[in-house]
Ligand binder design. Structure first.
Ligand code: SAH
Length: 468
C-alpha cells in the first residue's frame, strides 16, 4: 500500500488552491462540501469561482501565487493546468509546509484525492493508486447504486441519537438496535421524511428496551457443500446476525468469513489441538451460548437434515426451552450429481433414490443390499471413503452387475473438486489410486454424463492446465 487512506478534519482549517480553470473548478466543487477555509490564487478565474467568492464561500486572490501564500495551509492543490506553473506553485506550498497535490499528476503528489461516494456523514473513499481509474469508477458507480441516498440523513439522525441508545446494554442489544434502524425501520421511515425517522428511533428504542431480557435462539443452518455461492440467502442472513457460530470441520474459511466480525467462531470439529468435541459437549456448548442470550448459528456442512446429528442437538436445545429453527442447505448428493451433470432420479431408470452412510455407530453400515444392487438404482453413499471394498463385496454378493457405474466426487463444488470414475468391479482399486483426502461422496449407479470433461470444475481445470 503506497498511499495510506485517512480522513482529514478540515473544518476551520486552511486549504489553498492555485488555478482558475476547469481542473480548479472540479476540485473546488469537492472541497466546497467541507468546512475548510478555501483560498484560490488565480490571475484569471472562471465565472463560477468569482461567484463563489462573491457569495463568501471561498476567497479568490486575483494574482499568481507567491512565497508565503500557503502558510498555515494543511493541504495545497496545484490546478494550474500547466506543468511549469504547477511545479513552481507546489515548490512554494511545500516551503510553506503544506501537503501538496498536483491535479492529474500522481507521481509528483504527496497525497491524492480518492473517488468519493458521498452519503455525508457516511463517506466511502475509493483509491487504486492510479492503477485503474476505470475500476475506481466502476466501484463508485456500483456503490452509488447500492447505498440509498437516504443513508446520509439516516446516519445523521442516528448519530444524534447515540446517547439515547446507550440505555441499551453494550454489545449485542445495542448492535441489534442499530442494525434494525439502519437496515429495516430507518429506511422505511425516512421514505416519509426525517420526522418519521426520529419517531421510528423512539419507537424502536422502546421495543428494544422491552426486548432486553429476551432469551437467545438457535438456528441450525446448512452451509452447503463448500462453494460459498451455494449458501442460501437465509443462511447468509443468519450468519450476518449471529453472535456465535458453532461449525463443523467441513465448513471452510470462505464461508466462515461471511460471519460478522464480532461473532465468536467455535470449531466443534476439534478443541484446541485435542480430539474432536463429543456430541454431548457440542450440545452443551450450543445450550450454554443460547442461554446467555446469544443468537447461535449451528453451522453444518451440506444440509443439517442429512447425516448431521440434528435430532440430538434439537433435543438438547428443546430440553433447555430455547427457540430454534432449521435453515436447509444443499446436500453433498445434490452438489455431486450436479458436478457430473446427472439427475439423482430419472423417469424409467429409478423412481427412488437412497442417501446412505458408509459407516454408522457400529462400524461399516448394513443396508438393504439386495435393493441397492438392482440395475438402475441410484444411491448416494456418504462417509464411504473407507467402505469401498465392503460396499463392493456386499453388492456383488447380492447379484449386482460388476459393470454398474460408480462415481466418487471429492470436494464437490470446491476448487479442489475431483471426480473418480469407476464401476462396482473397479471401485476399491480406483478409490485407492485416487488417494482421496477431502470429503467424498460415492454415487452408486451413476457415471458422469457422456461428453462432459472430467475436470468439471473450471478453477481446478485451469489450475491443471497451468501445472502442465
Ligand atoms: N450434512 C452433510 C453430510 C455430512 S456427513 C450434507 O448434507 O452434505 C459427511 C459426508 O458428507 C462426507 O463424508 C462426504 O461423504 C459428504 N460430503 C460433505 N461435503 C462434501 C463435498 N463437498 N463433496 C463430497 N462429499 C461431501
Amino acid at each position: 500500500m503506497q498511499h495510506f487512506p485517512i480522513f482529514v478534519a478540515l473544518a476551520g482549517r486552511r486549504v489553498v488552491l492555485s488555478g482558475g480553470g476547469e481542473a480548479a473548478l472540479a476540485k473546488l466543487r469537492l472541497l466546497l462540501k467541507t468546512e475548510a477555509h478555501l483560498t484560490v490564487f488565480a490571475p484569471e478565474a472562471d465565472a463560477q469561482i468569482e461567484a463563489w467568492h462573491e457569495a463568501g464561500r471561498l476567497r479568490l486572490v486575483r494574482r499568481a501565487m507567491g512565497p508565503g501564500d500557503a502558510l498555515c495551509a494543511v493541504l495545497f492543490y496545484a490546478a494550474d493546468e500547466d506543468p511549469a506553473e504547477d511545479a513552481r506553485t507546489v515548490a512554494l506550498a511545500r516551503a510553506d509546509g503544506a501537503l501538496t497535490n498536483i491535479v492529474d499528476n500522481l507521481g509528483d503528489s504527496q497525497f491524492i484525492t480518492p473517488a468519493i461516494v458521498d452519503r455525508d456523514p457516511v463517506t466511502v473513499a475509493i483509491g487504486t493508486e492510479g492503477a485503474a481509474p476505470v475500476l475506481a469508477r466502476a466501484i463508485k458507480a456500483d456503490l452509488e447504486a447500492r447505498l440509498p441516498v437516504t443513508l446520509g440523513p439516516l446516519a445523521r439522525i442516528g448519530k444524534a441519537f447515540r446517547r439515547m441508545a446507550e440505555a441499551l446494554p453494550m454489545g449485542r442489544a445495542r448492535r441489534d438496535f442499530w442494525s434494525d434502524y439502519y437496515f429495516d425501520a430507518g429506511p422505511r421511515a425516512i421514505a416519509e421524511g426525517e420526522d418519521a425517522a426520529h419517531e421510528a428511533l423512539d419507537r424502536l428504542l422502546d421495543r428494544h428496551l422491552a426486548r432486553r431480557d429476551e432469551p437467545g435462539e438457535v438456528a441450525f443452518v446448512g452451509a452447503g457443500p463448500g462453494d460459498p455461492e451455494l449458501l442460501t440467502l437465509k443462511a447468509r442472513r443468519a450468519l450476518d446476525k449471529a453472535d456465535v457460530v458453532i461449525h463443523d470441520r467441513l465448513v471452510g474459511p470462505a464461508i466462515l468469513e461471511l460471519a460478522r466480525r464480532e461473532a465468536l467462531l467455535v470449531d466443534a470439529g476439534k478443541t484446541g489441538f485435542g480430539p474432536s468435541m463429543s456430541q454431548a459437549e457440542i450440545d452443551a456448548l450450543i445450550v450454554e451460548h443460547a442461554n446467555a442470550g446469544a443468537k447461535v448459528v449451528r453451522l453444518k456442512g451440506g444440509d443439517p437434515v442429512v447425516f448431521a446429528r440434528l435430532d440430538e442437538e434439537i433435543a438438547a436445545v428443546d430440553a433447555a426451552g430455547i427457540d430454534w429453527h432449521v435453515i436447509p442447505g444443499i446436500t453433498a448428493a445434490s452438489a455431486s450429481a450436479a458436478a457430473i451433470g446427472q439427475s439423482l432420479t430419472k423417469r424409467g431408470r429409478n423412481d427412488d433414490v437412497r442417501f446412505m452412510t458408509g459407516h454408522d455407530v457400529k462400524g461399516l453400515a448394513e443396508h438393504d443390499w439386495r435393493a441397492i444392487a438392482r440395475t438402475g438404482e441410484v444411491t448416494a453413499l456418504y462417509m464411504g471413503k473407507r467402505a469401498a471394498r465392503f460396499v463392493q463385496g456386499r453388492l456383488l454378493m447380492h447379484g449386482a452387475d460388476p459393470d454398474t457405474p460408480v462415481t466418487v466426487v471429492e470436494n464437490a463444488s470446491l476448487p479442489a473438486q475431483r471426480i473418480v470414475e469407476a464401476t462396482i468391479g473397479t471401485l476399491p482399486d480406483r478409490v485407492a489410486a485416487a488417494e482421496l483426502t477431502g470429503p467424498a461422496l460415492m454415487l452408486l449407479g451413476l457415471a458422469p454424463r457422456a461428453g462432459r470433461p472430467i475436470a468439471l470444475n473450471p478453477d481446478a481445470f485451469l489450475a491443471e492446465q497451468e501445472a502442465l
